[in-house]
Design a protein around this ligand. Sequence first.
Ligand code: MG
Length: 370
Amino acid sequence: MANSGTWLPAARGARFRLVRKIIHLDMDCFYAAVEMRERPELAGQPVAVGGGSRRGVVTTCNYEARAFGVRSAMPGFKAREICPQLVFLPVRFDLYRAASARVREILCDVTPLVEPLSLDEASLDVTALDRFAWDLAKEIRQRIFEKTGLTGSAGIAPNKMLAKIASDWRKPNGQFAITPDQVAAFMRDLPVRKLWGVGPKSAEKFATAGIQTCGDLQRFSLPEMIARHGKWGGELYHLCRGEDDRPVEPHRIRKSLSKECTYLENLESLDDCRAAMDDLIAELREELRGQAGDRRIRKIFVKMKFADFTRITRECLADEPARAIFHRLFETAWRSADGRPVRLLGTGVRFADSAGGGAPLDITQPLFEF
Ligand SMILES: [Mg+2]
């Protein structure tokens, strides 16, 4: 079977500098799944979880809702329009955080090399374990289901990027492996859009140049890639070959944490943007509580991207992710937007230096630093 996904450390793939065995675990429609577990009467019904406000967007929806065309980042009213029987629930982060913590415990029982990426995603380095990664992934998913009643999907690959891509391949409740000797064939046909850092705009540019797949991109030499795309080109050169040397970092010190959303439909009005901002701020604060509760914040920022793909960021000194300050930043950004439709909003914080907590915040500095 082509996808048996079982290889032992350093067995094959000599062309890699280091052959790792990485499992990427991604819980299936996590928020919606937790809600359905809490309310068994919802079984079989289309369920979406989303922003508390009427204008809020869908954060996650279950597969029943997807069958109607409901998607994350879709405006709530639109989701209700195409799926009138949709059960639209407000987000309850305390529940998701608790479920996430239980999943994390199970992962950490397997190896200390667990890098959480968000509440519902993590990478594990299982290279040193004398087990087939395929079997481990199966066991992990089984244990998670037994302990939490939730399903997750796994990707197994020689590096973090490929494992993440692979975790998407057999969703929901499945797993997919890319063994070292399958990497070349897998990358050849993979759309460039799947690579990290390739957004819709870059994908569009590549398509115009006749580049659809990673195989197309591989035709360019490293110097050509750097000449065309700068430093990013150098990274892309490796990524499009399925090469990614970044280790799994269990205690990665984040410099910042942010939440952003690219909306399926552009936000046209100030009120829509404000409501969307509130949802993002709430999510950011929850993520902070879950992942960085002890970190000192130095700055907060907002980010806007417009329909024409231009972008604005605004940031200021602040020691907490206060809603009022986010909104002030947003209002200044909005004024520069000149009524352009908004396709992406983001909110985030930058942390003070980890060592010694950084310089104390100087409150005599102006609030806004542009
Ligand atoms: Mg997920």
